[in-house]
Design a protein around this ligand. Structure first.
Ligand SMILES: Nc1ncnc2c1ncn2[C@@H]1O[C@H](COP(=O)(O)OP(=O)(O)O)[C@@H](O)[C@H]1O
Ligand SMILES: [Mg+2]
Length: 352
């Protein structure tokens, strides 16, 4: 039996992944797409998985609802081992897992109503059962007015809202989002993300969201794992990963913030490059910045401020500064020690 709803034990992770490996065999080569993945995804949270293109994000999310087979390891949903389920139980489980896609996957020859009704129709529900439910979910996503429209008559954001409505028709307990906002403009992205947040809070649905955009993670996720070449390389609360990224890949994913500096950064230090460009991060639960006068004095050279920015993530204030200092006397290791704990991270971005 697949157990759901009232039997949920909140102390047990909703989704538990153990020693998961995924291989693809194409022609004579084998691709090792997921390498020993271990993950606990808690009930009712928004869980982010971030990584660059080809990192294995889609492979991971697709194994969760059986769209991809598991090569090795285990996936437990509510303590039920996916591999142990009978065919009928797997179908029942799949209905409890909704999914939305980057390119919406709507049927262009069907209306909004027909697209959303389709999963219920396939599951054998009657028209009188289908109609109120379709209207209910379209109302939830704010698209009641578009019920008779075709996908081609909708904006990207509206298409994704249809995708969300369709994913919700079976009252899922988990919603999987594969790059759900990657094809959208910033405004539609904001609308879709706030809708996902609302669904998570109103309906208590566990959301697993994969993206290559840190911005998306920052907006709505509680926890995040960073995946690189099929491996989890970093994991934690979003505010913590943002304030103290440990891995080079995480710093790289965060580096969109640095893309419009007024100087060209060089990777290597040479005699003619006299300035080091540094990024300082700090994290606090109070809206009070560290005392930068004291901090800058520790450098013992003039400090030029290029950028100062504060983000709010889950009630934490994550601040970052980009500064230039003369590199003649810089001892980064000693400085890190002196500046802690006010400054949580000190990173060399480059040289000018
Ligand atoms: N169906 C497939 N057949 C063969 N190789 C695949 C398939 N799907 C993904 N891959 C390969 O697995 C690796 C991870 O891909 P994917 O999970 O799609 O990454 P991401 O979603 O992070 O971009 C890539 O090297 C990709 O080429
Ligand atoms: Mg993908």
């Amino acid at each position: 039996m697949v157990s759901f709803g009232s039997q949920v034990d909140f102390t047990v992770p909703h989704i538990k992944i153990r020693n998961l490996d995924k291989y693809y065999d194409i022609q004579n080569t084998q691709i090792h797409a997921l390498k020993n993945i271990n993950l606990d995804i808690p009930q009712g949270k928004i869980f982010g998985i971030i990584g660059k293109s080809g990192a294995g994000k889609s492979s991971l999310i697709r194994t969760l609802n059986g769209l991809e087979s598991i090569s090795k390891g285990q996936i437990l949903i509510h303590q039920q081992d996916l591999a142990q389920l009978e065919h009928a139980e797997l179908i029942q489980l799949r209905q409890k897992i909704g999914m939305i896609f980057q390119h919406f996957n709507l049927m262009s020859a069907k209306t909004v109503y027909e697209n959303v009704a389709l999963p219920l129709k396939i599951a054998g529900y009657s028209k009188s059962e289908i109609e109120p439910r379709v209207k209910e979910v379209l109302n939830l996503v704010g698209l009641s007015e578009k019920i008779e429209n075709y996908p081609s008559q909708l904006s990207g954001g509206q298409k994704q809202r249809v995708g969300i409505a369709r994913a919700l028709v079976h009252h899922p307990e988990i919603l999987l989002c594969d790059e759900a906002t990657s094809a959208l403009d910033p405004e539609s992205t904001a609308v879709v993300l706030s809708l996902l947040k609302e669904i998570n809070q109103k309906l208590g649905i566990t959301i697993v969201l994969i993206t290559h955009e840190m911005q998306v993670i920052r907006e709505i996720c509680d926890q995040v794992v960073v995946i690189e070449q099929g491996e989890i390389v970093e994991a934690g609360q979003v505010w913590s990963v943002f304030s103290e990224p440990q891995q080079a890949i995480t710093q790289e994913l965060l580096s969109f913030e640095q893309s419009d500096l007024p100087v060209v950064l060089h990777k290597d230090i040479t005699p003619e490059r006299t300035q080091t460009i540094l990024k300082l991060r700090y994290s606090t639960t109070l809206l009070e910045c560290p005392d930068f006068k004291i901090i800058f004095e520790q450098f013992n050279v003039p400090v030029h401020l290029y950028r100062s920015h504060i983000d709010t993530i889950q009630g934490h204030f994550i601040g970052s500064l980009i500064i230039a200092v003369s590199n003649t006397t810089l001892n980064l290791f000693a400085l890190k020690k002196v500046l802690a704990p006010a400054i949580t991270d000190l990173e060399v971005l480059g040289y000018v």
